[in-house]
Design a protein around this ligand. Sequence first.
Ligand code: DOR
Length: 292
Amino acid sequence: LYPGPVEVGGIRLRNHLLLAAGILGTTGASLARILANGAGGVVTKSIGPSPKEGHPGPCLVVVDGGIINAMGLPNPSAAFVDELASLAGEPVIVSIFGGTPEEFRTVAGWFAGKASGLELNLSCPHAEGYGAAIGSDPALVQECTRAVASLGVPTWVKLTPNVADIAEIGAAAERGGADAIVAVNTVKAMRISTALRRPVLGNRFGGLSGKAIFPVAVRCVYDLYEACSIPIVGCGGVSTADNVVEMMMAGASAVEIGSAVIDDIGIFAAIADDLYSLDGIDAGEIVGCAHA
Ligand code: DOR
């Protein structure tokens, strides 16, 4: 039942399970380790137009059912190209961000031809001028997508759940020439320390990931499947093979796994073993089957 290579949005994957952006994706060695542990593909930490240190700590707080982070898009910018040298030919997708369509195009140009494809981060919930500020404006989403997709590199666009109508945003990405939509980035969140009487995170606000957001992600994928005709990659709280099947029934052609990798680096092999031995489930056939 193991599917062999899977083609999604112009990218050839080893199976339906990818490492989500931002988790262990900062060095070539860590990405290689995730691939060796059974991931069908990996997405890097988001890379931007200039080196960035990120938000002041604490940057992460563990909560019931998940994690709230406010890393602040720390990244080495163009220097990240060196990390890809040892990964030539592997299913590696570089996550990129920028503040304008021109910046997106510049960053994309550094990696075009050096990776399997690019994932546009239009969805960080707590990065001023970047991310969700762009990803909640359909015209800007279309322009940023166009600026990258017109380079001819497979272009995936990662959306925020923090909008009234995600389908409208997905449709804009599709008009811009996206090859696939990734749904979703983290959900706006915060915690306050009652002992200290102040927000826990250095940045005050962050984004919630993990099991707690799985139903939110399923709903977003379901809505996008109704509105779009390009493939959708489900992301948000996936931690079991049954979660993968549910995401696929909502409309996902593949899934990304993030928070669950922190607990268990063997999760890709474990989920793949379960997924591809499930009786009566053919991953290629169930996509979107929950739609009327
Ligand atoms: O939750 C997130 N945190 N989403 C992003 O896109 C970026 C990341 C960060 O670096 O803060």
